[in-house]
Structure formats: structure tokens, C-alpha cells
Ligand binder design. Structure first.
Ligand SMILES: [Zn+2]
Length: 172
């Protein structure tokens, strides 16, 4: 959360030409807030807060396939050491499922839509797919495997919310 550089500062620039909206962009360590003349300082601060948060989210470094594989190997050791080691774990733009796996080549794919999700959500989907390397269906054996990961309920709630917002089924 607190990943913002300490020397970063905000600078508000007022413009008579600007009529309605406020906008933000970065110039090095400075985040410039463009605001219309008439808007009160309080309103500028309030609108700027949301826009700056969005700007920081966009600037956050993307998680790579390597990050994903490293995480999966760690999760396997921690929770499912009896599962075979995955050969590849990749972000996928295809399909509407949060995750999928092919046990034949031990490959796992995680929906890119989850890239910005909290780590425990991504972890839960990875653990789910790792468990599929041991059990193909969602039967009692599978449930016992994924129950070793402590954050499933919280992750499922988050995923249900995302499915609703996106209007997709979002199975995995
Ligand atoms: Zn599944």
C-alpha cells in the first residue's frame, strides 16, 4: 500500500481555460493536478485524491509470469508439497475462468483480470489449480487439499464480487 516514493509531491495548477474537470499527470517526482479556477480547494483535494490513487494503481509494476511461477513454487512447498511441481504458471487473457490447469504438462494459467487483485486472492486461485494437479474434480479429497490454505473464504468472497461486477461466471 505505502509504495509511494517519499520525495513525491503534489502541485495544483489552476487554469481559467479549464471549465469542468480536474486531471492529474506525473512530471517526475511531481504529480500535477490541473483544476479549474472556480473550484474550491476542498473539492480539488477530494477529486484529486481519487485520481492520484488511480494514477498510482496504473503505475504499479505489472506482475510477471516469473513472479507467478515463483509464488506457485512457494505456495506448493508451504501448503501442497505432495502436489507435483508445476512446469509453468502464466497469466492468461483467454477464457472466463479465474484459473485453469492441464495436468498432462503440469501447466497452470491464471486470468489476467486478477493481476490487480490482492495477493491472497491470487494465492487462493494458484492453490486451487495446484490441488487440481492431484485431484481433477472438486470432491472431498480436493476440498481437503485446498482447506490447507487459510484464506479461501475471503478469496471466494472477493472473486464472487468480481464476477458480479464483471458479469461473468468466473469458475475455476
Ligand atoms: Zn477447479
Amino acid at each position: 500500500m505505502a509504495d509511494r516514493p517519499t520525495d513525491e509531491r503534489l502541485e495544483v495548477r489552476r487554469s481559467a481555460r479549464r471549465r469542468k474537470t480536474i486531471a492529474v499527470h506525473r512530471e517526475g517526482d511531481v504529480i500535477v493536478v490541473h483544476a479549474p479556477m472556480w473550484m474550491s480547494d476542498a473539492d480539488v483535494q477530494r477529486h484529486a485524491r481519487d485520481l492520484v490513487a488511480r494514477l498510482r494503481r496504473r503505475e504499479r509494476p505489472a506482475r510477471s509470469d516469473t513472479d507467478l511461477l515463483t509464488r506457485a513454487l512457494w505456495l506448493r512447498l508451504e501448503f501442497l508439497p505432495d502436489a507435483p511441481e508445476p512446469a509453468s504458471v502464466r497469466w492468461s487473457d483467454a477464457g472466463s475462468r479465474w484459473g485453469s490447469c492441464t495436468s498432462l504438462d503440469r501447466s497452470i494459467r491464471i486470468a489476467r483480470a486478477l493481476e490487480g487483485a490482492p495477493q491472497y486472492v491470487i494465492d487462493a486461485v494458484i492453490v486451487h489449480e495446484l490441488a487440481h494437479l492431484l485431484a481433477a474434480d472438486h470432491g472431498p479429497g480436493f476440498q481437503r487439499l485446498i482447506a490447507r490454505f487459510p484464506d479461501n473464504a475471503r478469496a471466494d468472497a472477493f472473486l464472487a464480487g468480481m464476477s458480479y461486477a464483471k458479469g461473468v461466471a468466473g469458475d475455476y
